[in-house]
Design a protein around this ligand. Structure first.
Ligand code: FE
Ligand code: ZN
Ligand code: FE
Length: 179
């Protein structure tokens, strides 16, 4: 395990973590595109795949600036998020409901990434690494944009998704038990 005595060491660890996350996503997003049904969702995910590749390249650039290596760490958090996304993709059912599940998984991914970029930005600011901060901010803005796009699509989809046929309230459940 890498020692962390300085901001630079912690930032290095965060950059490696983000790089691993982005690399994992470049493989996972195409599966989400394939598994989704709504054309807007497919489009949003495809566009974010391109951004994800750019973000990985940006982290390589950042690593050059910091004179570190971006490789050598596995982001287990993202591995978990992707695993949950894979579960969603394996389910059967109403296409709109399934799409909403994919968006839920995608939204978790974006928030996870946003947390990582925000952390790295504050550390890079402390080091006075202006160029690094700039590059990290570009990626953060893309993650925020992707999350917002997903949320917009979800709010449209949820209106057309089938609800439950009958909502079982606690009172109703009691009545049916009494019968
Ligand atoms: Fe990303
Ligand atoms: Zn991580
Ligand atoms: Fe993302």
């Amino acid at each position: 395990m890498a020692e962390k005595n300085t901001v630079k060491e912690l930032l290095t660890n965060e950059i490696k973590d983000l790089y691993s996350a982005e690399k994992q996503l470049t493989k996972a997003i195409p599966k989400m595109v394939k598994g989704s049904n709504n054309p807007d969702l497919k489009e949003a995910l495809s566009a974010h795949l391109q951004e994800t590749q750019d973000q990985a390249a940006r982290l390589e650039e950042i690593s050059d600036l910091l004179q570190i290596k971006p490789t050598g760490k596995k982001c287990v958090g993202m591995e978990g998020c992707i695993k949950e996304g894979t579960e969603v993709l394996e389910e059967d059912g109403d296409v709109t409901v399934l799409d909403l599940g994919i968006i839920g998984a995608g939204s978790r991914v974006e928030h996870y990434e946003m947390a990582g970029y925000m952390t790295a930005i504050s550390l890079a600011q402390r080091l006075g690494a202006t160029e690094v901060v700039e590059l990290l901010n570009q990626s953060l803005a893309e993650e925020q944009g992707a999350e917002k796009k997903l949320r917009t699509i979800a709010s449209a989809l949820v209106k057309t998704a089938p609800t439950e046929f009958e909502i079982e309230t606690p009172e109703k459940a009691q009545t049916s038990q009494a019968r």
